[in-house]
Structures are given as C-alpha cells and as structure tokens.
Ligand binder design. Structure first.
Ligand SMILES: C[S@@+](CC[C@H](N)C(=O)[O-])C[C@H]1O[C@@H](n2cnc3c(N)ncnc32)[C@H](O)[C@@H]1O
Length: 289
C-alpha cells in the first residue's frame, strides 16, 4: 500500500477517504481482522456489535459515531440509539450516510475539520463510538478528539475507540516513513514486529500513549482489548490494534451510578456472552432506599 509512506494528517485522510478509496462494499471490504482471527467476517462483525456496542449503548440513548465512513457500524448503532449523531471528515461519506439512513428520526450529520466535534453538544452524549478510523489518525488530532469526547459525554458516559498500537518506544521514529519504502519497511518492522506483513497505515500511537492522552482529557480507561469472546476467538489482532473503552466520571454517587474504579472491578463481566448490559447492572447496584 503506497499510503504506508504517508503521514496520518487530516489532509491525507481527507484525500484517501473522500477521493481515492472506492468503497466497493461500503466498509465491509475490510475483512482483515476477521481473517486474522480465522473466523467468517459476518460472525466477527456480530461479535463486535455484541461485545463492543451493545453493552455500552443504552436503548434510546444518544450515540455519536465518529468517522462512520459509509455506515458499516451505523446500522447497529441506529437500531439502539434514540438520537444518532454522525461526524466525519469526508463530505462524500456523510452524503452516503444521509442517503443510507434517509428517513431516520433524530439523525444529525456533520462534516467536521478532522479534529473537533460539533458545538452545542456539551454533556449530551451517552456513547461515542469510533471503529477502524482513528487507527489512521495522528496523535495530535486524537488528543484533540479525546478532549472533545470528554466535553460531549454525559457524566458516566462511555467512549469505545479502536486505535493503533505500535511499540511505544518506536513512536518518535514515525518520520522515517516519509523517507521512502525501505525506511517505511524498517519502521514497520521495528514498531509492529515481523508477524505483520503490512502497515495498515496505522498512526504513531501505542496503548500507553492512548491511555496518557485519555487521562489528560479527564477520561478513565475501563478496558483495553485486543481479543474477546469464547477462547478469545474474536478481536483486532491485525496490526496489533486495540480497542479502549473509556468512561467520563459520574459527577457523584447520588444517581446510583458506579465510579470508574468500581466499574473497573467488574470490567470483565461484559465479556460473558449474554451478560446484562452495564446499564442493567448499574440499576441493580442502586443503593436500596
Ligand atoms: C477506514 S474508514 C472506516 C469507516 C467506518 N468507521 C468503518 O469501519 O467502515 C475511515 C473513516 O474515517 C474518516 N476519518 C479519517 N480521518 C478522520 C478525522 N481526522 N476526523 C474524522 N473522520 C476521519 C474517513 O473519512 C473515513 O470515513
């Protein structure tokens, strides 16, 4: 992929997703994670919804999808959300989402600047979802988004974010990519290891950096996942990716919600197939009287 020598700038992302990419299957062309897990793509896709969306998406709630592309995950989000807000850098992607979800009530769509969320949403969103998109976005923009996510989330709201995970010590070496294919290959080898045959145009982000940026933005890390499901059958192992689940601290205990460290102690529960959602669990944990 010639893009492995490019930076992960807003301009490069706009050019790639708004002009160059053909969107032959409207996002379902990205079957690589399912292939890496050795499972059929529809099964893998269903596991993403069951493990990463449903437990955090309270029915009827306000969900913001950051960078939906042509709406690969928006179908599932739409069936759970009351108010649905879509934000993408690419005018072509937002146009396609408007066409695909035409007639849906309480749908708001925005073309953004690649780093900010719409104004006027402060403390209104229950869940921010972003998958297969911020993996390509540079740390500076991700940091800005994390501040923005903190701004729009309600206290106790969640963010489920798929991001890159290069080896932390190699992050300062990212400029090597721009020197040409040989240097890009060396950088991939150092930052991802020999098992990776492609770079996937991942940005210079590690789990450690993502956690640091989230904490700086006032968000707490609930979980960081590479695999899930029975026997860790599913996941995002390709390019060593991770999905981090973040929470904005509830303002207080008075509304019966759990504080982040309390949620953390129960964080493995949503892994269990068929387990109640976090919202069911919070209700059960309400203090009697
Ligand atoms: C690989 S596609 C993934 C689309 C969709 N999430 C999916 O999984 O099918 C990347 C998407 O991220 C959007 N994007 C890239 N950089 C962005 C940025 N800085 N801000 C907002 N959207 C961005 C692109 O326009 C595109 O829609």
């Amino acid at each position: 992929m010639k893009s492995c020598t490019r930076s992960n700038s807003v301009a490069e992302n706009l050019n790639l997703w708004n002009q160059e990419h053909a969107w032959l299957e409207h996002g379902d062309e990205w079957k690589g994670q399912a292939d890496s897990c050795g499972v059929p793509y529809p099964e893998w896709k269903a596991s993403v919804v069951d493990r990463l969306i449903t437990p955090y998406a309270k029915p009827g709630s306000t969900i913001l999808e950051l960078a939906p592309g042509h709406g690969r995950w928006t179908e599932a989000l739409s069936s759970l959300a009351g108010r649905l807000i879509l934000v993408d850098l690419s005018p072509g992607c937002i146009e396609e989402c408007r066409r695909r979800f035409e007639g849906r009530d309480r749908l708001e769509t925005y073309v953004n600047d690649g780093r900010s969320l719409p104004p006027g949403l402060d403390c209104q969103v229950d869940l921010v979802w972003s998958f297969d998109s911020l993996v390509h976005v540079a740390p500076r923009e991700i940091q800005n988004y994390l501040f923005e996510i903190h701004r729009v989330l309600k206290p106790g709201g969640f963010a489920v974010i798929h991001h890159a995970n290069r080896r932390h010590w190699t992050l300062p070496l990212a400029p090597l990519r721009s020197l040409g294919p040989t240097w890009a290959l060396l950088y991939r080898y150092l930052s991802m290891g020999t098992e990776e045959s492609a770079d996937g145009w991942r940005s210079a982000v590690s789990v450690k950096l993502f956690r640091t940026m989230a904490t700086r933005a006032g968000l707490s890390v609930l979980e960081n996942l590479s695999r899930w499901g029975d026997g860790n059958r599913y996941g995002v192992p390709r390019h060593n990716d991770r999905v981090t689940i973040l929470v904005k601290a509830p303002e207080d205990h008075a509304n019966g919600q759990l504080l982040p460290h309390e949620r953390n102690s129960q964080a493995s529960e949503p892994n269990t197939p068929g387990s109640p959602s976090i919202f069911d669990r919070s209700q059960k944990n309400e203090a009697p009287g």
